[in-house]
Design a binder for this molecule. Structure first.
Ligand SMILES: [Zn+2]
Length: 514
């Protein structure tokens, strides 16, 4: 901040000046030519800047936008990988953790640890329903909680909200949340709502029962008096494609009825989660021991197999070629192979029965993550065009080169700008920026973030609209996005010319306390 000239220490008016760019300020308004000056971590001037400056960067021909806010991440591992390079290098400056029902239990402690570690992006977190349910209900989940257990769960949510959580998240296809009734979730959502938090849900179904699941989300929002958010909106499974109109009409009707409903989406027609999702919940309930015991019982084994086949056929499929193993620690040679290929390799034959056995075998040996090619590009584009859809990766912090994970963790935001804005022209650039900045900031109530405005935190991304692109593919996901001149977090440059500088200026964002 001080510059020694002729023995005198002179204060500079600004720390950083971006000169000559076009500002897409996050509101969705047309980009304007303006300089942006930063001082003490905040945006000091947007417009014509005069005065002394520590560092000036010529950004002619480039877009200056608010740093992107990724509202749907699983980046709890940032403790071990504080640079979060895959996120920063696609313009993301703030991450929301704790999605799909899984978070750290003690967020107060976790936030302190992150502050002591120093991390590159800003983070905030939801409190996970599965996390508190597991804590309160011990090992038995296929039942409603007792009154004492529900009280304990409410207490855990209350504590998390006091520690600054931005809301409650559910993952209702996962254990143990899948066994929770609507009343239980509404009771917990009410606690989060009292503090001004949001209810974000990986809904109970994204295929066969998606409209029932949506009704449940609306009911929870209404009964708990809370904003409702649909995580990674999609129609999964061929048989359910094409119902986007009905889906959006239901959301619009709920909004017209007084509910505040929003949604996020990753822009790839494939999802990613545990391969275990192909196995019925009841077979896996209670842990690995019980799962193995059920498989050892011929009658139960046959029942599991027949339910798996029925679920597959209901989706309109004859085999599991749409499911690709992403990361299987027991046998890494299967990473990147689809279930049919993996079955052939491990078992010789590749009949449907052999495929089912392979899936059960993987789960028996610790499980694997997988990529499921189960969505339609047409549906994806309809959801992407809805004005309340924000773009979010559903990714964790990637370990470079490890496994064959979903490419969204390296490319999601860049893909929106390169593919859907520039190539396909599905979205206006300013609107795409809005859905990755001010819309998430407003929805998750992140104060003074998401806009290029005087007084806001200086989270900024400067990119070349002609070059910005994702490079990660399903076959070769470990490739960083390109086209980013600068990514700035709280006034500090983290990425320059598509390189992470190793700086760690990120802060923990606590709800109602910034
Ligand atoms: Zn999810």
């Amino acid at each position: 901040m001080f510059w020694a000239i002729n023995g005198l220490a002179l204060a500079q008016d600004y720390d950083l000046l971006l000169r000559g760019g076009r500002v897409a300020d996050g509101t969705g308004n047309p980009a304007v030519f303006a300089d942006v000056a930063v001082k003490d971590g905040r945006i000091a001037v947007v417009g014509r800047v005069t005065g002394t400056v520590k560092r000036e960067v010529d950004v002619k021909g480039l877009i200056i936008a608010p740093g992107f806010i990724d509202v749907h991440t699983h980046a709890e591992g940032i403790e071990d990988q504080p640079l979060a390079e895959n996120f920063l290098r696609m313009g993301v400056t703030t991450l929301v953790l704790g999605n799909c029902g899984g978070s750290r239990l003690n967020l107060g402690e976790y936030f302190k640890q992150l502050e002591a570690t120093n991390i590159s992006p800003n983070v905030c977190s939801l409190i996970g329903h599965n996390t508190v349910r597991r804590q309160a209900m011990g090992g038995s989940f296929m039942r409603p909680p007792t009154e004492a257990e529900l009280t304990q769960m409410k207490g855990l949510v209350e504590q998390a909200m006091q520690d600054g959580a931005v809301g409650l998240a559910t993952g209702l296809i996962y254990l143990p949340g899948t066994f929770a009734k609507t009343e239980e979730i509404a009771a917990l959502a009410k606690v989060a709502g009292t503090h001004g938090g949001i209810y974000a849900s990986h809904m109970r179904s994204e295929g066969e029962s998606v409209f029932k699941a949506l009704d449940e989300l609306f009911r929870i929002a209404r009964e708990a008096g809370i904003r409702g958010h649909i995580s990674h909106i999609k129609l999964a499974g061929k048989s359910y494609w094409g119902q986007t109109g009905k889906f959006i009409a239901a959301i619009e009707q709920a909004r017209a009825g007084g509910l505040d409903i929003t949604q996020d989406q990753y822009v790839y027609p494939a999802s990613s989660t545990g391969l275990s999702q192909l196995i019925p919940d009841e077979a896996r309930e209670g842990g690995a021991e019980q799962f193995r015991a059920r498989l050892g019982d011929p009658a139960k084994h046959a029942e599991i197999v027949s339910r798996m086949k029925a679920a597959l056929h209901k989706q309109g499929r004859d085999d599991y070629a749409y499911a690709v193993i992403a990361s299987y620690s027991k046998d890494k040679s299967l990473n990147g192979l689809n279930v049919v290929e993996a079955t052939k390799k491990k078992r010789g034959g590749d009949s449907l029965d052999e495929q089912v056995e392979l899936i059960l075998d993987v789960e028996r040996n610790g499980g694997a993550s997988a990529v499921f090619h189960g969505m339609s590009e047409d549906d994806l584009r309809v959801f992407a065009q809805h004005p309340n859809t924000m773009f979010a990766s559903d990714s964790g912090v990637r370990k470079f080169g490890e496994g064959v994970p979903h490419p969204r963790g390296y490319g999601n935001n860049a893909r929106v700008l390169g593919e859907y804005v520039r190539e396909v022209k599905l979205l206006r650039l300013e609107d795409a920026v809005r859905r990755m900045s001010s819309l998430p900031a407003t929805t998750f109530q992140l104060k003074d973030r998401g806009l290029v405005r005087e007084g806001a935190w200086a989270d900024l991304v400067v990119f070349d609209p002609a070059k910005v692109a994702d490079r990660a593919t399903f076959k070769e996901p470990h490739q960083y996005a390109v086209g980013f001149k600068l990514v700035v977090v709280n006034g500090v440059v983290v990425v320059e010319d598509d390189r992470h500088l190793g700086t760690r200026p990120g802060r923990v964002i606590r709800l109602n306390r910034q």
